[in-house]
Design a protein around this ligand. Structure first.
Ligand code: FMN
Length: 278
């Protein structure tokens, strides 16, 4: 069941997925599964896993068509801010060697300040480092304005963590409205928008805003998760849009899988169907 959302356990599996997807004219971002590491050894192992996969990507010569996504909590953010920064820097250096770049995932709201501060430092040496911003957080419109400068790669997502009403919109309609406000800031700004959603209405609004702001097809990209709405991924790419698929791999899939079930009824339906057919 997990296979539907996760590309496999090791770097070899991840690379086969990269081949398949890039053959179909999609770009990818690889995510080595894992989060909330509380020990230094596991954090260092994660860095090694990224170095391995980036090393294997290099000879494929895909450049930025295959990048990596990193959760700072998997490289020690909860242990020590500067340890996470050093680890992230190592991954960025390995990515540069492979001719590509890194995007920082955004996790629960208590980590946002730390993640944005690590991003700022990383961008001094690796200006193309990207970051995810979550529309459901009240603070995000202000964060997006700060990030709307030339070359700033920003992935806009709705947000996947259970957050308190003191910091985040709770209802679907409020989150959708916030997403549109955030999207407008991104598309009107000078950065490079990475519009990460499977939501048809938001995709239509993105098309509209791209036209209105004179953004060409290569002036922004769509991003979707591995195994979710693959038909839509391919249709957008066929129509000339840039589409990147977020490809998780590794054995620590539990947290990732649970968030996928929580966020989309269609994912739960798939899960229940597969249980029944066993
Ligand atoms: N949610 C986060 O909270 N942090 C992330 O870094 C993050 N990265 C994502 C990357 C991609 C490519 C996509 C498609 C989603 C990501 N999400 C992330 C999940 C979204 O917040 C959201 O839960 C999910 O996309 C379902 O919402 P949808 O209706 O827009 O598809």
């Amino acid at each position: 069941v997990v296979d539907r959302f996760v590309a496999g356990e090791d770097a070899g599996d991840a690379l086969s997925a990269v081949q398949r997807l890039t053959d179909a004219r999609l770009s990818v971002t690889l995510d080595h599964l894992g989060e909330e590491t509380k020990d230094t050894r596991a954090a260092a192992e994660t860095v090694k896993a990224y170095a391995t996969v980036l090393d294997a990507l290099r000879p494929l010569g895909l450049g930025g068509r295959a990048e990596v996504s990193v959760k700072l909590s998997a490289v020690g953010q909860a242990l020590d801010h500067s340890l996470a920064l050093d680890h992230a820097r190592e991954i960025c250096a390995a990515a540069r060697e492979a001719g590509t770049t890194v995007t920082l995932d955004m996790e629960d709201h208590t980590t946002v300040d730390s993640t944005l501060s690590i991003l700022r430092t990383l961008r001094e040496d690796f200006p193309s480092t990207g970051v995810a911003i979550q529309a459901y957080l009240f603070r995000s419109e202000a964060d997006l304005r700060d990030l709307s400068y030339e070359g700033s790669r920003v992935r806009l997502v709705k947000g996947a963590y259970a957050e308190p009403a003191s910091v985040a919109h709770q209802s679907k309609i409020e989150v959708d409205k916030a997403y549109v406000r955030c999207l407008r800031i991104l598309m009107e700004g000078k950065g490079y928008p990475m519009v990460a959603t499977h939501d048809d209405r938001l995709i239509s609004i993105t098309e509209l805003l791209a036209d209105r702001n004179g953004r060409e097809r290569d002036g922004f990209e769509y991003q979707m998760l591995y195994g979710i709405r693959t038909d839509k991924q391919e249709a957008l790419a066929r129509a000339g849009s840039s589409v990147r698929v977020y490809v998780p791999y590794g054995d620590d899939w539990y947290g990732y899988f649970m968030r996928r079930l929580a966020e989309r009824p269609a994912n739960v339906a798939f899960f229940l169907r597969s249980l029944r057919s066993k």
